[in-house]
Each structure stands twice: as structure tokens, then as C-alpha cells.
Write a protein that binds this ligand. Structure first.
Ligand code: DON
Length: 317
């Protein structure tokens, strides 16, 4: 690609390349998610120096779903510290589906904070004495990372709360093993609320760029996350696709069944894609394609020869 091509053109090209892909299925196990328009497709890329490049339906809002999980984990680490938090949740990839009903055999902890069991254990830690104050604390943090006001989608929340029997079963299993306390409905309220946060692609790209920028929002310059904990988002973000992702894309990432996906290029940029049709593992089909394309085009893989030097930096100049 010639030097004169800007990042905006790269984002627009990747959008055009995949806009007609029609594979996958919109999630329906949370009934309200089934109302998403399968045609929507947006891409956004935000750099640590505050530039933002978007294409397609980047302003279309959807619920963050599992992309809330790395951020909730950061909150738990900030509040409880590493040792106490890791007594309740591990950091090992499980190799299993996001909703797997499985705990580490020896410790009885969930494998990691990115699968539902781990995220529910984290929600139990970050809930506060009143049901709404814990949710407000989470939303407040996410607003700072996005740089604009955000709200919970009450329809999606109600839909998941009414049908989330599997998550309830996981929570009660963890209560039985002493991983979470007895306020199970309160914990599930925290978790379902976090998943129901409404965002668009630019919000997610800014959140990812805030992680890439060691916890400081690159546009507002507000400090959002504790620097020492930003490094925890590795190896588990795409569930049973995590190994393949690490090999091919090589970036910390997180997907959600709402159709969003984020990837973080440390000290460089955040990437977000929205496309609600999912593959069998619950990851956005076009989201994965677009991230792979951007990573290979711009040389973003953590162990790419061209990473920090020639390939990517030329697009910023
Ligand atoms: O708990 C659930 O099943 C959903 N609220 C979130 C799952 C999810 O996003 C998995 N990601 N790909």
C-alpha cells in the first residue's frame, strides 16, 4: 500500500471489503438481542494521540455484553487488589465456551474473568451495598473511558434477567463452593446491568484506546484505569477461539454477543468493530474478519516484525 494512504482510507477499505459478508446468526438466546439489524456493520479505530477514524454504522448503539468483562475485572483489581481478586477468579484460558459450567478443579475458582462464571465472580466483588450504586460505579467508569454519557438498555437487561437461567445456575454453583456471597440476585443484577450497557463503535474504540494509553483517555486526558492493572487483558478474550486469535491476530481482545469486538494495540491504538451476526463460538463474524485484516494490513501483531516501527507508524504520519 502506498505511503499516502491514510488510516481513514484503510478503515474505509476494510469496511468495503467485508460489508457484503452475510455469514453467522444474530444471538437470540437473550430474546431482545434478536431484534438487532443483521446488516449493521461499523468499524472505528482510535489512536493514543486522540485521532479517531470510523466507517459504516459506527454510531449505531448496541449492548456491550461480554466486552464489559475486562473493564469490570479492572474495577475489581483496583478495589480489592491482585491477591484478593485472584482468590475468586483465575487467569487461565479455559478452552471452553463462554457459558461453560466449569470451575478449576483444585481451587474451585472460575478459570478466568472473561467467561461468564468469572465475570459473575467479579460482579460479586464490585457490587456495592445498594443495587444501583455498584451499577453506577461501573457506568461512571465506562463513561470516562468512552468520553460521553452512557446508559443501561433496560429492555435488554429485563430480557436477560428473565431468561438467564444458565447464569443463575453458575452463580448458585459458585455460592455452593464459597466463591461468591449469598447476595446472588444482587450479583446477577450487577452482571446483567454491566452486559446491558449501550455503546457504539466509537465508544468501544475509545475504551480500547484508553487501555492502550495505559489507562488515560487519549481525548479527554482523564485518568480512568489504574496503570498497573491495564496489562491483565490477555489470552482469554475469545474463549475457545483464543489460541487461534493469539496466533493469527496477536492482540488482547474481547468480543460480546451483542456483536461488538475490541482489540488493544499497546501504546498505539484501540480497534472496535460492530456486526451482530455471530459465529458458533459467539464472536462477531465480520468483527473477526475486520480485526484480522487491520492487524495484518498495519502489522499490529504483538510479535510482528514491523510492529512498532515501519508499518503502523507510517499511517499516523
Ligand atoms: O451472560 C451472557 O451470556 C451475556 N450477557 C454475555 C455473553 C457474551 O457476550 C459472550 N461473548 N461473546
Amino acid at each position: 500500500m502506498p505511503d499516502t494512504v491514510s488510516l481513514q482510507e484503510v478503515v474505509a477499505e476494510v469496511y468495503e471489503k467485508y460489508r457484503n459478508v452475510d455469514e453467522g446468526e444474530v444471538a437470540t438466546y437473550i430474546p431482545e438481542l434478536g431484534k438487532a439489524d443483521p446488516g449493521h456493520f461499523g468499524i472505528c479505530l482510535a489512536t493514543v494521540d486522540g485521532q479517531v477514524f470510523c466507517a459504516g454504522d459506527w454510531e449505531q448503539e448496541f449492548t456491550i455484553q461480554s466486552i464489559c468483562k475486562p473493564f469490570a475485572f479492572l474495577l475489581a483489581l483496583e478495589e480489592w487488589g491482585r491477591d484478593l481478586t485472584l482468590q475468586r477468579v483465575g487467569v487461565e484460558p479455559s478452552g471452553d465456551a463462554f457459558n461453560s459450567i466449569e470451575l478449576e478443579p483444585k481451587t474451585l475458582r472460575p478459570y478466568n474473568p472473561m467467561v461468564n462464571a468469572g465475570a459473575i465472580a467479579v460482579a460479586s466483588l464490585i457490587k456495592q451495598s445498594s443495587t444501583e450504586s455498584g451499577v453506577d460505579a461501573f457506568v461512571g467508569k465506562m463513561q470516562k473511558a468512552a468520553g460521553r454519557p452512557l446508559r443501561i438498555d433496560e429492555q435488554v437487561y429485563a430480557s436477560e434477567s428473565a431468561t438467564g437461567h444458565r447464569n443463575r445456575a453458575i452463580a448458585y454453583l459458585m455460592l455452593n463452593w464459597g466463591i461468591i456471597d449469598g447476595a446472588v440476585e444482587h450479583t446477577l443484577h450487577q452482571y446483567f446491568s454491566q452486559c446491558s450497557l449501550r455503546v457504539h463503535c466509537r465508544d468501544l474504540a475509545m475504551m480500547a484506546a484508553t487501555l492502550a494509553n495505559m489507562g488515560t483517555n487519549p481525548v479527554t486526558q482523564e485518568r480512568v484505569f489504574d496503570f498497573q492493572y491495564v496489562k491483565v487483558m490477555f489470552t482469554c478474550g475469545l474463549y475457545d477461539h483464543a489460541g487461534e486469535w493469539a496466533f493469527r491476530v496477536g492482540l488482547p481482545a474481547k468480543s460480546g454477543v451483542g456483536g461488538g469486538i475490541i482489540a488493544v494495540v499497546n501504546r498505539q491504538l484501540g480497534i472496535a468493530v460492530y456486526s451482530p451476526k455471530l459465529d458458533a463460538k459467539g464472536n462477531s463474524v465480520r468483527g473477526i474478519m475486520a480485526c484480522k485484516e487491520l492487524a495484518s494490513h498495519l502489522g499490529l501483531h504483538a510479535f510482528e516484525f514491523t510492529n512498532v516501527g515501519s508499518s503502523f507508524m507510517q499511517w499516523l504520519l
